[in-house]
Design a protein around this ligand. Sequence first.
Ligand code: 3HC
Length: 301
Amino acid sequence: KRPAGAPDKALARPVTKVGVVGAGLMAGQLALLFARRLEVPVVLTDLDRERLDKGVGYAHGEIDKLAAKGRVSADQANRLKGLITGSLTKDAFADADFVIEAVFEEMSVKQQVFAEVEAVVSAECVLATNTSSLSVTEMAAGLAHPERVVGFHFFNPVAVLPLLEIVRGAQTDDAALATAFAVGRRLKKSCVLVKDAPAFVVNRILLRLLAEIVAAVDEGTPIETAERAAAPLGLPMPPFVLMGLVGPAIALHVNETLHAAFPDRFPLSDNLAKMVAAGKTGVYRPDLTLDPEVVEIFSGG
Ligand code: 3HC
């Protein structure tokens, strides 16, 4: 059944090579998913060799884990690894039909990335963004072909969570959107078409929850108490553990976007901003004990 609002499948263009801009954790997860489900070459690009090797290394490491669990054969693992390569220049995207960006959440950076990609790809190549909250329409503005830009928003961990938000920008055409849905189906994701609104749908709900729990802690409720109080909500993981999975910097960024759009509904937290400025990647340490420095920040230290 065609998802609500999705254009006619017949308009979808074939996708035989994928480009991923950025080689951070999200990009590595995307490369793995595209290679595994589409079985086409996937090339990652990043600005420096170290980040690139890390992104490709992550995807290859996950393939080894799948092989160790018997989910893919040794032959398949080798083939999949061969599909995922890295390049320091975007020229490697020249024959790609679908390029997704997963770079730093800054509009000007993403616009610049799309302009650079547009300079090397064909006019039909779909440009997708995995942005968590930024406007797809604004990101496409200034391109020669803004009609090929779509939002393609995944959820962490990408391999596990089934939902994919597909976003139509003001100028996105039916062919780009149909291609995005066709790719989403091949990725075995459950695709929904959402409006190009700040933080789309899921992050709007999620950040409302996280912003309120952070506000409760800002007001003096200890982190453990806030977590215990949230338990009856039946979330798949406690809110601050989820914040660690998403990354506090991303959570802060999405909250800032939402605060700018709906100031009364999304309180800003100075303490969350301090935690991000201190380079903290979570309230909990890897052994799931509270990080005393974060506790200190939230106690006004
Ligand atoms: N990366 C890759 N795979 C992972 C993983 C990770 N970080 N964490 C867990 N998995 C895999 C495991 O390997 C396991 O796979 P297997 O069945 O093939 O062995 C499977 O997920 C289940 O793992 P577990 O049994 O260890 O754990 P749980 O059943 O507790 O599930 C969870 C873990 C799927 C992470 C679950 O706790 C969950 O769904 N949490 C909520 C996550 C969520 O809400 N994400 C959305 C965040 S918002 C976002 O990303 C948008 C962005 O824009 C901010």
